[in-house]
Design a protein around this ligand. Sequence first.
Ligand SMILES: NC(=O)c1ccc[n+]([C@@H]2O[C@H](COP(=O)([O-])OP(=O)(O)OC[C@H]3O[C@@H](n4cnc5c(N)ncnc54)[C@H](OP(=O)(O)O)[C@@H]3O)[C@@H](O)[C@H]2O)c1
Length: 297
Amino acid sequence: MKIFVTGASGYIGGSVAALLAGKGHVVRGLVRSTAKAEGVRATGVEPVIGTLDDAALLTAEAQAADAVINAADSDHQGAVKALLTGLAGSGKPFIHTSGSSLVGDEAMGEPSDAIFTEETPVKPEPDKEHRVALNRRIIDAAPGVRSIVLCNSLIYGHTLGAPAQSVQIPPLVAQAKESGIARYIGRGLNIWSNVHIADMADLYLLALEKAPAGSFYYVENGEAAFGDLVRAIAGALGLGEARSWPAEDAIARWGRELAVFALGSNSRVRADKARRELDWRPTRTSVIDWVAAELDR
Ligand SMILES: NC(=O)c1ccc[n+]([C@@H]2O[C@H](COP(=O)([O-])OP(=O)(O)OC[C@H]3O[C@@H](n4cnc5c(N)ncnc54)[C@H](OP(=O)(O)O)[C@@H]3O)[C@@H](O)[C@H]2O)c1
């Protein structure tokens, strides 16, 4: 298959693109800096220099491809529009990468019992309404496009592609290394579902093969409270006891989007639908075990 991937120099897109290339697909990947192009090429992916705002380029690449995977940005409306324009009426697959902060709250370290399956209605926080609306537009592009939304939870593990890092664990680690104190927000009782990058990438391949038009799947294989995760980071780095951080200090360090929606919130989803419909069998180690054994020191 000829597959166009956006975010090919990134963590998700780079991992999926490298896996696809390794399976013998012809993969072209959007890269916005020439500096990163060679690293992407080294993973077997042909770099296409451009940005998500180059609508004509995205439409032309989508038209020329047998399938498109959008993994650069869960919220970029213009890129989605341009890619869907290129695929319109073809029935070809379009996988969009979303993120489960769309079910997140503003708990700042407090726990929640709310657990979401694909059938659970979502009433997003105002900051996340646009993400839910974009996913809806993508699902509604079926059946002219075989559109699929994969809604990832916290992803951990080393990239399968060119050098890149995930969104949540690396800033916790960077803060801990710099200050010598690993910090969680508030009481650290907030819980996120999570998935290993290699299991996630396997699901992209399965979705490409057999997910039906207009489908939506959560992606997870377990969950952990941030307090436990940060204690594991402290242990792996050989630091003392992890400590609580007040919300305002966390926001000052990480910014509102990251502190509130990615590190202080609850986002508990279940991926039974992907296991059932796509025969997805995630096998990798839990996030706590991964941090203990494989985190870069
Ligand atoms: N990692 C997670 O745990 C996770 C979970 C759920 C959802 N998500 C969401 O999924 C998306 C991708 O996440 P990621 O972890 O793969 O992030 P990442 O490592 O930062 O990768 C994003 C990639 O997209 C590229 N990109 C960003 N904006 C672009 C633009 N305007 N034009 C062209 N290329 C652009 C980046 O290019 P450069 O290399 O030049 O920066 C990078 O290659 C994000 O929206 C993220 O919020 C992530």
